[in-house]
Design a protein around this ligand. Structure first.
Ligand code: FAD
Ligand code: DLZ
Ligand code: SF4
Length: 518
């Protein structure tokens, strides 16, 4: 009698709770590349190549550590197409063989609601016991967010983060925050100086396993979005640890300073690029934060960088995960601003004269990655101001990034970017005119449009879209204390100027709807 442990594609760690008590003499691990998971949205080609390669490498690692592993490749002739069908077929094959019978299936709780709901039904369909164990790839216990959130009217990340700092001890000086402040964001808003050279990201040449997977993706997912060329991600834990080490050494010291900066033709900046690995189990959050804390303790990185980085993981990542489970399934249907406009074609092609958007979409296509401010303040800001349909925007973000899983993508897109939850996550929309993009980047100096102009054919579309957004949603936002000042400014503006901006926005949005080049 043995146990079958199903490891999902984003659970590539020997410390998964589902492997606790694993008996190498009788138990078996199942990993399966299946159509259902690879196509529930049409993931970026590089995302599929990355995950399949990481799954295959992980299976090899398990085997070399004497785990018994059943690995189902996507192009195996008897691939059943879904995780359930693979589990069922494996149990039946063992029964037929007359060998060790599977008496129990164990799987760690899936990170996505969709799959978690499905797996909960397996117990009634399979003839064996199905145990769902805790998803232990996070710092906080699964119910920590609920305990914190129940009874609150507002769910601000900053307060959740402080609790996490206190309970874990990161950057704490006894009971006080290190250097007397919880947050050093005010030091973290610099533009990259002209001619500043950012270190090259850590890259790996594809090995035989990755090359085989790349061919498979070319053959089976050719109609999916994204480039496959220049694949250089880590695909093993060892390589992911190298990405982390090089980040700590080469980038962390300036991470904070340039955290919000964007630069023409520079995709990777001073970010860590560890989200791919954290989200599929190759790296765990504590080891990533500990590396940053050690750099601080050794005097190798300043407080603004280390606090900024730890906040992204201990604050934002943990908070977002808790927020997702607390507000699902309702979160998926939120559309507070009643946005309905279809996603423009240029989100797929990058064919737009708006240089900032063209840069961000091109890099997304090329790398299945852009950094946070590009996702939030360029792509997201446009989606918010243009009133794009949350369902289509969410699908796009879930498809295009190699670190995208619904648990992290949906709250970031619906609640943070689109204000679709009406303010449960953010106290006001992250709406901005071209001035913000110009302040944080050099995109505008390479653009067809002029960021200084507010109306007319050369005016930066973000400028009139911003005011049009404020006018359209005045009744929703004018009483918001954090927006009172901007509405006061608006009330003093020349009504004719406002009306021109509204007209320009209408003309522009009509062009967007007709997929004319903008
Ligand atoms: P760094 O800037 O180096 O940050 C370090 C780590 O902090 C990241 O690896 C990530 O694990 C964590 N982190 C930072 N910000 C967030 C956040 N807002 N939510 C959760 N974790 C965070 N992140 C994803 O992992 N998957 C997504 O699908 C995703 N979609 C996003 C969509 C939008 C619209 C926005 C605004 C943000 C999204 N993020 C997502 C958050 C963030 O943009 C990425 O985590 C980050 O860009 C990954 O790059 P990095 O590893 O270089 O991050
Ligand atoms: C994202 C993904 C893809 C593309 N393919 C697979 C797969 O073939 N097999 C698998 O087990 N997991 C895959 N995944 C990851 C799952 O979609 C992920 O485990 C769930 O979305 C839960 O987060
Ligand atoms: Fe983007 Fe406007 Fe700047 Fe062009 S001018 S890069 S559209 S913000």
């Amino acid at each position: 009698m043995s146990t079958l442990v199903l490891l999902l594609g984003d659970q590539l760690s020997t410390s998964m709770s589902s492997l606790e008590g694993f008996d190498k003499t009788s138990d078996i691990v199942l990993l399966a590349e299946v159509r259902e998971e690879a196509t529930y949205v049409k993931h970026h080609k590089k995302k599929i190549a990355f995950l399949f390669s990481a799954m295959r490498h992980f299976a090899e690692e398990l085997r070399s550590n004497e785990y018994q592993v059943k690995y189902v490749k996507y192009d195996d002739s008897d691939n059943k197409g879904s995780l359930y069908a693979e589990v069922e077929a494996f149990i039946n094959s063992k029964k037929k063989e007359g060998g060790q019978v599977i008496k129990r299936v164990v799987v760690a709780h899936p990170a996505e609601y969709r799959l978690a709901e499905e797996i909960k039904t397996w117990q009634t369909k399979l003839s064996v016991e199905v145990d769902i164990t805790e998803d232990n790839r996070f710092v906080a216990e699964p119910d920590a967010f609920k305990k914190w959130a129940d009874g609150r009217k507002q769910f601000r990340m900053e307060y959740f983060y402080r609790e996490m700092r206190k309970s874990t001890g990161y950057l704490m000086d006894d009971k006080q925050p290190e250097k007397g402040k919880w947050n050093f964001d005010s030091d973290n808003r610099n533009k990259l100086p002209k001619d500043h050279k950012v270190p090259e990201p850590t890259k790996f040449s594809p090995d035989d396993i990755t090359n085989e997977v790349i061919s498979l993706v070319k053959e089976h997912f050719d109609d999916h979005f994204g480039d496959l060329s220049d694949f250089h991600y880590a695909t093993t834990r060892k390589q992911a640890l190298k990405v982390l080490d090089e980040f700590i050494e080469q980038r962390l010291p300036l991470f904070g300073t340039y955290q919000d900066a964007m630069t023409q033709d520079e995709a990777w900046m001073y970010h860590s690029h560890v989200s791919f690995y954290l989200n599929c189990g190759l790296l765990m959050p504590h080891e990533v934060m500990k590396a940053a804390q050690d750099a601080y303790d050794n005097g190798d990185a300043p407080i603004n960088s280390v606090e900024g980085f730890i906040r992204q993981i201990l604050g934002w990542r943990e908070y977002i995960r808790g927020f997702y489970w607390y507000f699902m399934p309702g979160l998926k249907n939120d559309n507070y601003l009643e946005a309905k406009r279809a996603l423009p074609k240029f989100f797929w092609t990058a064919n737009t004269q708006m240089n900032c958007l063209s840069q961000c979409v091109s890099q997304t296509k090329e790398n299945a990655y852009t950094h946070h401010i590009q996702r939030l303040m360029v792509l997201g800001n446009f989606a918010l101001l243009a009133g794009l349909d949350p369902e289509q925007v969410n699908e796009w973000y879930l498809i295009v990034y190699a670190d995208a899983y619904e648990w992290v993508e949906l709250p970031n897109v619906s609640s943070m970017v689109l204000f679709a939850d009406g303010g449960q996550l953010a106290s006001k929309p992250y709406a901005a005119s071209g001035a913000y993009i110009n302040k944080m980047s050099n995109y505008c100096s390479h653009c067809h449009y002029s960021v200084k102009e507010k109306t007319g054919p050369q005016a930066c579309p973000f400028n009139y879209l911003y005011w049009d957004f404020l006018i359209r949603h005045q009744s929703r936002f004018e009483k918001n204390p954090r927006m009172a000042m901007i509405y006061r400014t608006m009330s003093k503006m020349d009504p004719e100027k406002l009306s021109h901006m509204k007209e320009d926005a209408n003309v522009f949005l009509l062009k967007v709807e007709n997929n004319e080049e903008v």
